[in-house]
Design a protein around this ligand. Structure first.
Ligand code: ADP
Ligand code: ZN
Ligand code: MG
Length: 482
């Protein structure tokens, strides 16, 4: 039987606000344990929460960017469960009256445009962090556990998609696009290794062509794009085999071990009624009136599509270049920073798309693997444009700058790469080349003009590519014309 996967993602985003969601403690990753906590985020009796306005603004930005509608009123709920990293015995979250609902995000997979519905975007708080010691870092096998409350109460936004993603690749593309969008919104550093962006993937399979929903399982905390895609593929395979052999999928959480590529069932999944949700009595409702929403909308940072349109309309770039440049916030920021030092947008975009992306891909990393500063790239482009270095040498210098972080000036000086435009020097070299190749001179004079290319090549060889090509062409023609 042919199966179609059905995937819905739940994404948690830690906001990069100065302070926590319900108290004034600082939000920051790492550092000395239990140094940034207070009676509120440690759940001392009688301590009362106050909502962080900035966090609500960030939440609204996210809701608007995902094309959600924002109800005039939403409320906080208590989600009750016990875990050592949850000192109150409940998490303040939102339940049936979330902040934003019914949005969508468009993605492109294999040249096909797909729309993924966003069910809801809501506000909650992060838990503290358990550190399991004396085992492999997981609770199973640990000898004891420590708790760090620094993270407790960090503003956390949850984004829940509809079950409208139908391949592991599409799930990865969606998460990537969402991450990029969040970066443009300036609401989170989205650092997956540090847990600022975490993704739970719900997945089921159904007979291809049918429209019902199968029983789903949940892959928790997929902490990289690769894990998400691989884990989903493994789990889809497991479910399909289970059903084909007459078994049934059980609703549960499954653990994906990236090292072994195995998926193992963990625990039966809890249902909403297990949490005994009830309205949080210590917090007033969130009244997101149209004034508030319009204020946020007006102050929204420029999003990727708007940036791409600006590149086309104001900078005259082709649509394709604009799309590539804005496909990551870092790349488009880099491009714009380069333009602050070099005014030919077309040339800058070509070098970024050709040489910079080429370097990054070969290095197998992201923009952080490039040590060249945008201002320095601008200076190099200016040198290439003025003819101070040739195009070919420029590429060599570019790669070196990416690798070492040295400036173009330093590299050109150290390696003696400056372009030779000095007429007498080029004339002398051209004269030598002509003198030592009489046969080709004969051919040229007999009307075989293509032979000019041979001479140009010889001069380039002598100068290791540093000769100014226009000057060389002209000088050779003059000399050969005799
Ligand atoms: P739960 O109550 O188990 O958390 P929800 O209805 O809140 O389930 O949905 C959680 C996530 O699971 C959402 O992203 C949703 O799109 C997805 N989901 C729901 N049902 C299915 C299904 N049958 N197969 C795959 N994903 C699903
Ligand atoms: Zn606190
Ligand atoms: Mg749910």
């Amino acid at each position: 039987m042919d199966f179609e996967p059905v995937i819905g993602l739940e994404i948690h985003v830690e906001l990069s606000t100065e302070s926590k969601m319900f108290c004034g403690c600082r939000v920051k990753f790492g550092g000395e344990p239990n140094a940034r906590c207070c009676p509120v985020c440690m759940a001392h009796p009688g301590a009362l929460p106050v909502a962080n306005e900035k966090a609500i603004e960030y939440l609204a930005r996210i809701g608007l960017a995902l094309n959600c509608s924002i109800p005039e009123r939403s409320i906080f709920h208590r989600k009750n469960y016990f875990y050592p990293d949850l000192p109150k015995g409940y998490q303040i979250s939102q339940y049936d009256r979330p902040f934003a609902v019914d949005g969508r995000l468009e993605i492109v997979v294999d040249d096909e445009q797909l729309t993924v519905g966003i069910e809801r975007v809501h506000m909650e708080e992060d838990t503290a962090k358990n550190i399991h010691a004396g085992g492999g870092g997981r609770i199973a096998g640990a000898v004891y556990s420590l708790i760090d409350f620094n993270r407790s109460g960090t503003p956390l936004v949850e984004i829940v998609t509809r079950p409208e993603i139908h391949s592991p690749q599409a799930a990865r593309t969606f998460l990537n696009k969402l991450k990029n969008l969040l970066k443009y919104l300036d609401v989170s550093d989205c650092n997956m290794e540090e847990g600022s962006l975490r993704c739970d993937a719900n997945v089921s399979v159904r007979p291809a062509g049918s429209s019902g929903l199968g029983v789903k399982t949940e892959l928790k905390n997929m902490n990289s794009f690769k894990h998400l895609e691989k884990g989903l593929a493994m789990e889809i395979e497991r479910q399909a085999q289970l059903i084909e052999s007459g078994g049934q999928v059980v609703q549960q959480t499954v653990h994906f071990d990236f090292a072994t590529g195995e998926v193992t069932p963990m625990r039966s999944k809890e249902f909403a009624h297990d949490y005994r949700y009830f309205p949080e009595p210590d917090l007033v409702p969130l009244a997101a009136g149209s004034d508030f929403v319009e204020k946020i909308r007006a102050a929204m940072p420029e999003l990727p599509d708007a940036r791409a349109a600006r590149y086309v309309n104001d900078l005259g770039l082709p649509a394709y270049n604009s799309e590539v440049l804005t496909s990551s916030r870092e790349l488009s920021d880099f491009f714009e920073a380069t333009l602050a030092h070099f005014d030919d947008a077309r040339m800058a975009s070509n070098w970024i798309m050709g040489e910079l992306l080429g370097y990054i891909n070969a290095a197998g990393g992201d923009l952080a693997s490039c040590r060249m500063a945008p201002a320095e790239m601008g200076k190099l482009l200016a040198m290439i444009r003025s003819g101070a270095v040739s195009n070919a040498v420029g590429k060599e210098v570019f790669a070196e700058m990416c690798k070492t972080g040295q400036t173009a000036g330093e590299i050109v000086a150290a390696k003696g790469l400056a372009q030779i435009s000095d007429e007498p020097e080029l004339a002398a070299i051209a004269g030598r080349v002509i003198a030592s190749n009489p046969a080709q001179v004969e051919q040229f004079r007999a009307g075989k003009e293509r032979v000019l290319g041979f001479f140009v090549g010889q001069v380039m060889k002598e100068t290791k590519g540093r000769a100014n090509p226009q000057a060389v062409n002209r000088i050779l023609k003059e000399k050969l014309a005799g």
